[in-house]
Design a protein around this ligand. Structure first.
Ligand SMILES: Cc1cc2nc3c(=O)[nH]c(=O)nc-3n(C[C@H](O)[C@H](O)[C@H](O)COP(=O)(O)OP(=O)(O)OC[C@H]3O[C@@H](n4cnc5c(N)ncnc54)[C@H](O)[C@@H]3O)c2cc1C
Length: 252
């Protein structure tokens, strides 16, 4: 059986209006809605599609975070992943700590493939996949917009969108692939999927028991909200809109 590891990160919903915490270097978590990082949802979707195409595949999702993180893991299980691993911690985890923990999870089993988001929409660091591949000595193909795996899970063909067009790579498995937006459109969890997810295995491991140095290498010094946007203007007709765009904004 081929096993695919999909690391998923819990992030604040991109539709939430975030507020900066009084400390000035983090966001306030009061009342925010948490979601699976959208690029990781794409990774989960891709792993499930591979399972559907090839049959004998196990999709394992893993996340590092506080107690509530199990909710995002259940979402991935409801989409169709087989089992979940929750590394439980309240600590701040930067890309360096995340990749060390994910490497430990990878080494505890025998995975043929790691598929993960190209970046998390909170920190936008875009480092964890690359660090993980380097630490494990695995080939990596980042920002995948198409992924084809051969039937014996020996190689992956990955199309990447680069500045000048498309680049196609062939890499040996096991490998790390990171997902771009256009790889697929993730499914919504179905009602039967949500019911089934409640019974799927979700192992909780305490980070403190892993003996990994997760001291942050990056310190967030400060955060500032973006400048407020100017109020919009309602126009009465297309002619008025064209007039304003032409004579006031001078953009047409
Ligand atoms: C997780 C995530 C990652 C993304 N990453 C990327 C990326 O890497 N690269 C990339 O190019 N894009 C990315 N996107 C997409 C991008 O953020 C936006 O979706 C896109 O730029 C917004 O375009 P939009 O035209 O859909 O408009 P919206 O975001 O809906 O709106 C943009 C503006 O259009 C105007 N507008 C919207 N609706 C109306 C309306 N009904 N009437 C009048 N004016 C309106 C408003 O001025 C609004 O501010 C990402 C999106 C998500 C969710």
């Amino acid at each position: 059986m081929a096993k695919i590891l999909v690391p998923i990160k819990r992030v604040v919903d991109y539709e939430t209006k975030v507020r900066i915490h009084a400390d000035g270097n983090k966001i306030s978590e009061d009342g925010v809605k948490w979601i699976v990082n959208p690029f990781d949802e794409i990774a989960v979707e891709e792993a499930i599609r591979l399972k559907e195409q090839k049959g004998d595949v196990e999709v394992v999702v893993a996340s590092i975070g506080p107690d509530g993180t199990s909710e995002q893991l259940r979402t991935a299980l409801a989409m169709g992943a087989d089992r979940a691993i929750h590394v439980n911690t309240d600590a701040y985890i930067d890309s360096d700590a995340a990749h060390r923990i994910l490497a430990e999870i990878y080494l505890r089993d025998s995975f043929q493939l790691v598929i993960m988001g190209k970046q998390a929409i909170d920190s936008d660091a875009s480092q964890t996949g690359q660090l993980l591949a380097a630490r494990l000595g695995l080939p990596q193909a980042t920002f995948a917009s198409k992924l084809v795996i051969d039937d014996s899970f020996a190689t992956a063909t990955v199309v990447r969108e680069v500045d000048g067009g498309l680049e196609t790579l062939r890499i040996k498995l096991p490998a790390v692939v990171t997902t771009d937006l256009r790889l697929n459109q993730p499914r919504y969890p179905s009602l039967p999927g949500i019911v089934k997810a409640k019974k799927k295995p979700l192992d909780v491991i305490e980070l403190s028991g892993l003996g990994i140095d997760t001291a942050p290498k990056v310190r967030i010094v400060s955060m500032q909200p973006p400048a407020p946007r100017k109020a919009g203007v309602k126009v009465g007709s297309v002619a008025e809109l064209l007039d304003k765009l032409s004579n006031e904004a001078k953009v047409i």
